[in-house]
Design a protein around this ligand. Structure first.
Ligand code: AMP
Length: 208
């Protein structure tokens, strides 16, 4: 790989508890770096809404706030990452979500000579996440934003997803961002931290 190639590569993962704002921030990062945002939760919800075979398989799992089996999720992501628009980069949101999925993603990327450039960790305290999810429940009426399901999703985050950060920290690619503050403040922190690692957006004008 030449230095020109590595300068262009923009392979990101954004991780944070539900309600951390990762969806919104992920869209902004993906646009600025001109890479597709790939959010497994969005893909699953679109399939449920469209009544597809996949949607029928995952509906009750999503409504309970549980994790869709790794095999199904990883196959879906591998298909998506193999598409041409993800060849130069992508931003993953909501995948990988446990250590098994980290291994699956490695198994996909390694043979292609690819690797994540940065894992953006949005750090938001539990109380703040819960407050934001309650707000979203009122605004969007998502079926998995009920009190009980919120508690289950946060518990799964803490038990299964937070530990993947240790794996990526050991690789030296975690960029930890204080996720408390206004949307613009957090966006600015993300782009400053990425720039400090030599990861500059191709569309700086898109940055808030
Ligand atoms: P999200 O919008 O990321 O909170 O995802 C909504 C729901 O989709 C989750 O609560 C899970 O049921 C399912 N889901 C999304 N991403 C994954 C994943 N990587 N592994 C398993 N289940 C997932």
């Amino acid at each position: 790989m030449t230095s020109a190639d590595s300068a262009r590569s923009a392979r990101f993962l954004i991780v944070g508890p539900q309600g951390s704002g990762k969806g919104t921030q992920g869209v902004l990062v993906a646009a600025a770096f001109d890479v597709p945002q790939i959010a497994t939760g969005d893909i699953f919800r679109a399939n449920v809404k469209g009544g597809t075979e996949l949607g029928k398989q995952v509906q009750s799992i999503i409504e309970a706030g549980d994790l869709v089996p790794d095999e199904l999720t990883s196959a879906l992501v591998a298909d998506r990452l193999a598409q041409a628009d993800a060849a130069e980069g992508f931003l993953l949101d909501g995948y990988p979500r446990n250590r098994g999925q980290v291994a699956d993603l490695d198994a996909f990327l390694e043979p292609r000579g690819e690797a994540l450039d940065a894992v953006i960790e949005l750090d938001v305290p539990r109380d703040e996440s819960i407050a934001r999810l309650r707000q979203r429940a009122v605004e969007q009426g998502r079926t998995d934003d009920t009190e009980e399901v919120i508690a289950n999703r946060l518990a799964i985050y803490e038990r299964e997803t937070a530990p993947i950060l240790d794996v990526y920290r050991a690789r030296g690619i975690v960029v930890r961002i204080d996720g408390v503050g206004s949307l613009d403040e957090v966006t600015t922190r993300i782009f400053e931290s990425l720039a400090a690692r030599g990861l500059a957006p191709v569309h700086p004008g898109a940055v808030a």
